[in-house]
Design a protein around this ligand. Structure first.
Ligand code: NAD
Length: 501
């Protein structure tokens, strides 16, 4: 950090090199233009990986994973690498946060928290690795049985653009802890943080070839990773349609996949909810990260008796949120990741208007000329539509909230579960019995009761229905990157039956 330098100067952009099987070099694939969403300017050009680079990374990764220098390490020895990576992330925290804000537009307070969580993820899986146990299973004969877990080999980790360092760490840390090599493919719009992270992993002394970072377009490089016969597992976070395509290929290969996909999460204000708390929670749940969050609470359900009061308060709060560059300390809602994505969000709002919805606030880019060049969009609240409307059913992935009323619990559960997705849910009520009933009836991988978007690395995370398959985080998170094996140790003195005549 240089005192007095602008955030853009402080966020030192990595040079145009990618990490292929232990070597830094210019990628031999397509050039990616990386932009700053506050003004659309190109901040870096990164030559992505080619299919040949993927092949080389798999080959070198496979050798590194099989080498005794990695595979045979004692848990405490391997854990040391994870802690060393965490130390380096913490040492470079401000740089990583600035870089992520520069590339994604997210508020600095948020990218700082994401960087801290990434370091915590490496520490957590270092600790899990040291404490996770294999088991001796109960004897059923004159033999002893054990269930042990082994590394898969080479794992593909494919991540989206919305929270780069956190989603990268969530895959890298357990996959490395489990003893694998990893090919990380960041999203084409946001490769910079993953490349900066790779430098730190290298500095931490992780064996050469074990980690590759292969930016590129999903349909080319992501696809090449998924299809490669040397890749034994893919952990994917991204959109549902992409997840479906990856799942099909995995089915052909008979390869395990974890899919963390999209969401359209309900955020529910019951008739007895604390209004101040619930309105604050609803606003944070949808408008933080400018709504570009898989767990965004994008469908607001309010009990009919309080509908107008709550929606008016939400509209008032949304209208007052401070929209601006992520580097301004007061900013609550930064720009969307690219102009292309902002235009997609805007098209959904036009669709809502065309279908007869009422845009209660927002519904356009900000009028401030200082923000005109950026991909900003105002926090938007829409109501007056039936739950079957497309904006109530499809993931918009932007600062757009649709509000709906419900009459009783059955009506609420029917509407809330009338979704292809099942990622998260927020529940605002002072009645713990009601909270228990509803939390169990709503189809969602995570339910927050009188809070929202709180996430612990120790708590499993994942979706139901079209929101995904598998769970990340938690002690069991490391198991997703291991293969289970059963061992039988014969203890009998006699020969097995057929040999004894
Ligand atoms: P995306 O599906 O377009 O891309 C995600 C990643 O997959 C990128 O790296 C992309 O290059 C790659 N990819 C694209 N096509 C591919 C293909 N055919 N084969 C292999 N890889 C391919 O998603 P996005 O627009 O980057 O991210 C937004 C989506 O991610 C939203 O739907 C959001 O809900 C979801 N998301 C989910 C979670 C979760 O934990 N459930 C977290 C964050 C984001």
């Amino acid at each position: 950090m240089t005192p007095g330098a602008t955030p853009r100067e402080n966020a030192v952009v990595p040079v145009d090199e990618i990490l292929v099987g232990g070597g830094w070099r210019r990628g031999s694939g397509e050039e990616l233009a990386v932009t700053d969403p506050t003004d659309g300017r190109i901040i870096a050009r990164v030559h992505g990986a080619s299919v040949a680079d993927v092949d080389e990374a798999v080959h070198r990764g496979s050798m590194a994973a099989r080498s005794g220098d990695w595979r045979d390490l004692l848990p405490a020895q391997r854990a040391r690498y994870l802690h060393a990576i965490a130390d380096r992330i913490e040492g470079a925290a401000e740089h990583l946060a600035q870089l992520q804000t520069l590339n994604t537009g997210k508020a600095l307070a948020e990218t700082r928290a994401l960087v801290a969580s990434a370091a915590g993820t490496f520490r957590y899986f270092g600790s899990v690795l040291e404490t996770v146990e294999d088991v001796v299973t109960p004897p059923r004969g004159d033999y002893l049985t054990m269930s042990v877990h082994e590394p898969i080999g080479v794992v593909g980790a494919i991540t989206p653009w919305n929270s780069p360092i956190a989603s990268d760490a969530q895959k890298l840390a357990p996959a490395l802890a489990a003893g694998n090599a990893v090919l990380l493919k960041p999203a084409a719009w946001t490769p910079l943080v993953a490349l900066a992270l790779a430098r730190l992993i290298e500095e931490a002394g992780v064996p050469t070839g074990l980690v590759s970072v292969l930016p590129g377009r999903g349909e080319a490089i992501g696809d090449a990773i998924v299809r490669h016969p040397g890749v034994g597992k893919v952990s994917f976070t991204g959109g549902t349609e992409t997840g479906r395509a990856i799942g099909r290929i995995a089915a052909e290969k008979i390869m395990p996949v974890s899919l963390e996909l999209g969401g359209k999460s309900p955020t529910i204000v019951c008739e007895d909810a604390d209004i101040d708390r619930s309105v604050a929670g609803v606003l944070f749940g949808i408008f933080s990260s400018s709504g570009q969050s898989c767990i965004a609470g994008s469908r607001l359900f309010v009990h009919a008796s309080r509908y107008e009061t709550v929606v008016e308060r939400v509209v008032d709060g949304a209208s007052k949120l401070r929209v601006g560059p992520g580097t301004d300390s007061g900013t609550q809602v930064g720009p969307l990741v690219t102009a292309e994505h902002r235009d997609r969000v805007a098209r959904y709002v036009e669709l809502a208007r065309a279908e007869g919805g009422t845009v209660r606030c927002g519904g356009r880019a900000p009028a401030d000329p200082a923000l005109a060049a950026g991909s900003y969009y105002l926090p938007t609240v829409i109501d007056g539509l039936p739950h079957s409307a497309r904006v109530c059913q499809e993931e918009i992935f932007g600062p757009v909230l649709v509000a709906l009323a419900f009459t009783d619990e059955d009506d609420l559960v029917r509407q809330a579960n009338d979704s292809a997705y099942g990622l998260a849910c927020g529940l605002w009520t002072e009645d713990y019995r009601r909270a228990w009933r509803l939390a169990r009836r709503i189809e969602a991988g995570t339910v927050w009761i009188n809070t929202y978007k709180r996430l612990s690395i120790a708590t499993p995370f994942g979706g139901m229905k079209h929101s995904g398959i598998g769970r990340e985080k938690g002690v069991q998170g490391i198991r997703a990157y291991m293969r289970q094996k059963s061992l039988y140790w014969g203890l009998a003195e006699e020969l097995l039956p057929w040999a004894a005549d």
